[in-house]
Design a protein around this ligand. Structure first.
Ligand code: SF4
Ligand code: SF4
Length: 141
């Protein structure tokens, strides 16, 4: 996947920032860095941040999770609160959940929102896939 940054990218939702969140430096596998899923990138700093920030690759510079770019996602989706991050690839929505909080995506208000998005994406051939540790599931729309 591509990954967080302050470089050129999509329009960002005003008033939202990454703060101390590092979920997108932890949850995804990043082939470019040989980084496995659910392990912090070797450049993660304790408490958040990147020790290679000024020279981080474009894969990091250009990435923002959906909470940063989609104003229709409510504040309850802030990754530090929801314990998950989402990103879109065409009509596919990928949800990465902190393994130790895997159940949260099956609870309100998150499950209902994921189901609604699955229904919305289905006519476009899209779907919502959830990764939580070793578990992978597709949300029914
Ligand atoms: S998951 Fe989203 S809010 Fe968290 S650091 Fe990445 S882009 Fe920022
Ligand atoms: S290089 Fe920096 S921004 Fe990129 S994944 Fe690693 S810690 Fe995150």
């Amino acid at each position: 996947m591509t990954l967080p940054g302050q470089g050129q990218g999509p329009a960002l939702v005003p008033g939202r920032d990454c703060g101390s969140c590092s979920l997108c430096c932890i949850l995804p596998d990043i082939a470019e860095f040989d980084k496995p899923a659910n392990e912090p990138c070797r450049h993660c700093l304790p408490g958040g941040g990147c020790d290679a920030y000024d020279v981080r690759p474009s894969t990091c510079r250009d990435f923002y999770c959906l909470w940063r770019t989609d104003p229709t996602l409510g504040d309850e989706w802030e990754p530090r609160l929801s314990r998950m991050m989402m990103y879109a690839q065409g009509p596919q929505l990928t949800v990465l959940v902190e393994p130790e909080a895997a159940a949260i995506c099956r609870e309100a208000p998150y499950l209902g929102e994921l189901e609604a998005r699955a229904r919305m994406l289905k006519p476009m051939g899209g779907y919502v896939v959830v990764y939580a540790g070793e578990a992978v599931s597709v949300v029914k729309g």
